[in-house]
Design a binder for this molecule. Structure first.
Ligand code: ES4
Ligand code: ZN
Length: 319
């Protein structure tokens, strides 16, 4: 039996496996510039975050209908459940779909067809987190939040993702303020490729409750102290960091040092179809390569529920 865990850093578009990509391409009459799934998998060699994002956005072309989003989410939930995931807080990137003429309604209704029955069908409770693309304008983020207003009963929070360097958190001060006033929870990617200062800015300017990645806090001992003191969770994604070359090898990952420093770390999968593993695979990898003890693994599992947006009573039931 795998350890029960909560997945807190998961881009639903990043769960698109090559087999499903080809199936949806055929269903929707979309041509893919790859001969077959092996050829597509061959393209999964990334030099950095941007080289991954280029393929990630290109493959979204196969996602067109509510049913596509439903199938994508059901495939993820089944895989996650098999690896011990009991609760998943799922990011989606509406701007990437709106730009292709796929509406907010299609995306949210489609995902909800799977998420709305996930407890019954998969034994996984879920939350939806709308992410803004930080390489798009602040105005575009505001328009996206407006477009999401009819669906806020299904959306728990907001996040910030895509190309980090050159797009500091403060660019999104206004939309985070509006989201807070609407009662939305707030997270942001920071310190993945960007500097530790972006982590501080996400906390101070955007008021985020968790930092997605946050890896580069390790470069700033005072920031680590602050994150420990304020119990700010980090949603780390070890296999992602290896594939995007944020760390040289998994053996160099700062997870053990961050745990030793007292940080509330969680282990997550980010874009599992692209990075070689789901949540349980990430935990197995850090156990095997970083030599984490069973006690440390139990701590990571406990942290994942503590850092989740589940209410206390739901949290206890989920773990
Ligand atoms: C992402 Cl790994 C990563 N970083 C930033 N933005 C993203 N969107 C999807 N995956
Ligand atoms: Zn991410």
């Amino acid at each position: 039996m795998p350890l029960p865990i909560a997945e807190l850093h998961l881009h639903i578009e990043g769960t698109l496996e090559p087999e499903l990509a080809f199936e949806l391409a055929a269903r929707n009459g979309v041509a893919l510039p790859y001969a077959d799934t092996d050829a597509l998998r061959e393209a999964y060699r990334f030099a950095d975050l941007q080289s991954f994002l280029d393929l990630y956005y290109a493959l979204m072309a196969v996602l067109r209908t509510e049913r596509d989003f439903e199938d994508l989410a059901n495939a993820y939930l089944a895989r996650a459940a098999a690896q011990g995931v009991r609760h998943a807080e799922i990011f989606f990137d509406p701007q990437a779909h709106l730009a292709r003429g796929v509406g907010m309604e299609t995306v949210v209704e489609g995902l909800w067809r799977a998420l709305g029955s996930s407890v019954q069908n998969h034994g996984v409770s879920t939350r939806l987190i709308l992410c803004f693309l930080r390489d798009e304008s602040a105005e575009s983020a505001l328009a996206t939040l407006d477009a999401a207003t009819p669906y806020l009963d299904r959306i728990t929070g907001i996040g910030l993702d895509s190309a980090e360097v050159g797009h500091p958190p403060a660019k999104f001060r206004e939309v985070y303020g509006k989201a807070a006033a609407l009662g939305l929870r707030r997270v942001a990617h920071a310190g993945e490729e960007g500097p530790p200062e972006y982590i501080t800015e996400a906390l101070d300017v955007l008021g985020v409750e968790r930092i997605d990645h946050g890896l580069r806090c390790a470069e700033d001992p005072e920031l680590v102290e602050r994150l420990v003191r304020e119990r700010i969770p980090l949603t780390l994604c070890p296999l992602s960091n290896v594939r995007l070359r944020t760390v040289d090898t998994l053996a160099d990952h700062p997870l053990p040092a961050l745990l030793d420093a007292g940080l509330l770390c969680t282990v997550n999968s980010d874009d599992p179809a692209y990075f070689g593993g789901y949540a349980g695979d990430n935990l197995d990898a850090v156990r095997d390569t970083l030599g984490l003890s069973d006690e440390r693994l139990r701590e990571l599992a406990r942290n994942s529920f503590l850092a989740s947006f589940l209410e206390d009573d739901e949290e206890l039931r989920a773990r």
